[in-house]
Design a protein around this ligand. Structure first.
Ligand SMILES: [Zn+2]
Length: 179
């Protein structure tokens, strides 16, 4: 029997004609040697398909994604640092200038404490005045059922606004206070 022909057909990468396939199948049923060749050839093909060199190792895309994510995060961190330094630098300069001015104006921590105590007292005075006003306002409001209530409310709001503006200016202008 001509095994060579069937062996060629088995190892050939060219597709066989239907008739050749039928002949090969028939021969494989009866020939052990060609059956073994077919089995081992299939095994080799399987090995080649599953060889790690052929495709990327398992988890390649996952690892790639992780690396991409890491690179993206590093870029973001660098950008945040840049933005922070752009915003932070003027603030730091301002802070240093203000701190220096304060140190020049007040040469001892005692003076600084006195200044802040003075400001606190001032603020408390304003809060006291405001609460006095609110108490008077509340009493009047309860007693006045009708009449120029809205005018009074508007007047109260204006007075409160003025009070707060004055308080704010007192607290934010150190030059006005001489110690
Ligand atoms: Zn054979």
């Amino acid at each position: 029997m001509n095994h060579q022909l069937f062996e060629n057909w088995l190892l050939s990468e060219e597709p066989l004609s239907p008739q050749q396939s039928a002949e090969l199948r028939e021969h494989l049923h009866t020939c052990q040697s060609c059956s073994r060749l077919q089995a081992s050839w299939k095994g080799v093909e399987q090995l080649i398909r599953e060889a790690p060199q052929i495709g990327p190792a398992a988890g390649f895309s996952a690892r790639w994604q992780i690396r991409l994510e890491e690179q993206r995060r590093m870029l973001q961190r660098r950008q945040s640092l840049l933005i922070l330094s752009i915003i932070g630098s003027p603030a730091l300069v301002l802070f240093l200038v203000l701190g220096y001015n304060m140190l020049v104006q007040l040469r001892s921590p005692g003076q600084l404490l006195a200044l802040w105590a003075y400001r606190m007292l001032l603020a408390l005075n304003y809060v006291d005045a405001a609460s006095d006003f609110l108490t008077a306002f509340g009493t009047t409001f309860l007693n006045t059922v009708s009449g120029p209530v809205w005018l009074f409310i508007l007047g109260g709001i204006s007075v409160l606004t003025v009070l707060w503006v004055v308080l704010y200016k007192q607290l934010t202008s150190p030059q006005r206070i001489q110690i």
